[in-house]
Ligand binder design. Structure first.
Ligand code: CO
Length: 306
């Protein structure tokens, strides 16, 4: 039997141990909770326009794999900027996030330093919006202290030259030098549309039979057709100059509708050969995006806490 003395002693020991626990554990818990002495939780958000074509989606998987291989240990997330695509995919049960939703979720999960890497081709409207979104998230209460945005594929003359070389390295092997290659860019009303004529110039100096046109900007397919006829080119390989071979590549470029580029050029007497490989399928082009990501990560680390 334990008498009252022993009971009091036992209680005393338990209380003492509890006090010791509080003294030791609480400051550690506070420090962890406030994260002042810890390295910031770092994450990457890869942002693309998106695609609803499952085969084109595979190209994003290539970028994802390349990014994870190059930056192992880094948490990589995805977001789609196109609401139409997100809604289309949601109807099929595939949930994709907008950049703001993805950033909100990362904030909630405690990411303190985030790189938002644009997987767009040109710094156009989609990229402007992305920058604006990222800026709003930086420094929000309980959110990331730093958000750095990585540039799209074609953001400097060096990028443009590297991407031109990436395309040259990935042309269909059957293509002969006297056959044209017609690249279909997206095009835009944004001033960044100037990237397409710049690319046409760079390609022209490397291989004069490579022509660049756009679906929604300048140059248009009519100019491409005129140039093909002027040069007497009888055969044209049709390739998308876009991150993925999605709807524009399948329908506007190589579709059978009378207004597709294939139909328009065929009608002009040019034999068309679609080769629907996209920029995200060219490792040399993916490298350019990943170099932009590396630069943004460096900026993130150098900046420290703002
Ligand atoms: Co479009």
């Amino acid at each position: 039997m334990i008498d009252w003395r022993e009971r009091t002693l036992t209680k005393g020991i338990v209380l003492a141990l509890f006090l010791v626990f509080l003294l030791v554990a609480t400051p550690a818990a506070w420090a962890a909770g406030h994260g002042k002495d810890k390295a910031p939780r770092k994450g990457v958000l890869l942002v693309t326009f998106g695609t609803s074509i499952p085969k084109a989606q595979k190209a994003f998987e290539l970028i994802d794999a390349a990014a994870k291989a190059k930056f192992s240990g880094l948490e990589i997330r995805w977001a789609y900027t196109s609401k139409i695509i997100r809604r289309k995919l949601a109807k099929e049960g595939k949930i994709t996030l907008s950049p703001s939703l993805a950033l909100a979720r990362m904030a909630e999960e405690g990411f303190d330093h985030i790189v938002v890497q644009s997987l767009h081709v040109i710094p156009g409207l989609e990229f402007d919006d992305l920058q604006e979104t990222a800026k709003r998230f930086e420094g929000i209460p309980e959110g990331p202290s730093r958000v750095v945005v990585g540039l799209p594929l074609l953001s400097s003359p060096e990028d443009m030259t590297r991407v031109a070389e990436a395309v040259l390295a990935n042309l269909p092997p059957e293509r002969k030098p006297d056959e044209a290659v017609v690249l279909m860019g997206h095009g835009t009303h944004h001033p960044a549309n100037a990237v397409y004529p710049a690319m046409a110039y760079i390609f022209g100096r490397k291989d004069p039979n490579i022509l660049v046109g756009t679906v929604e900007g300048y140059p248009e397919v009519e100019q491409v057709r005129e140039d093909l006829l002027k040069r007497g080119l009888k055969t044209a390989w049709l390739m998308p100059f876009m991150s993925v071979a999605g709807d524009h590549a399948l329908n506007d470029l190589a579709g059978d509708e009378p207004d597709s580029w294939k139909s328009i050029l065929t009608k002009a007497g040019i034999e068309c050969r679609p080769a629907l490989k996209s920029l995200a399928e060219f490792p040399q082009a993916v490298d350019v995006w990943l170099d932009h990501l590396a630069r943004a990560l460096k900026e993130l680390d150098q900046g420290g806490s703002r």
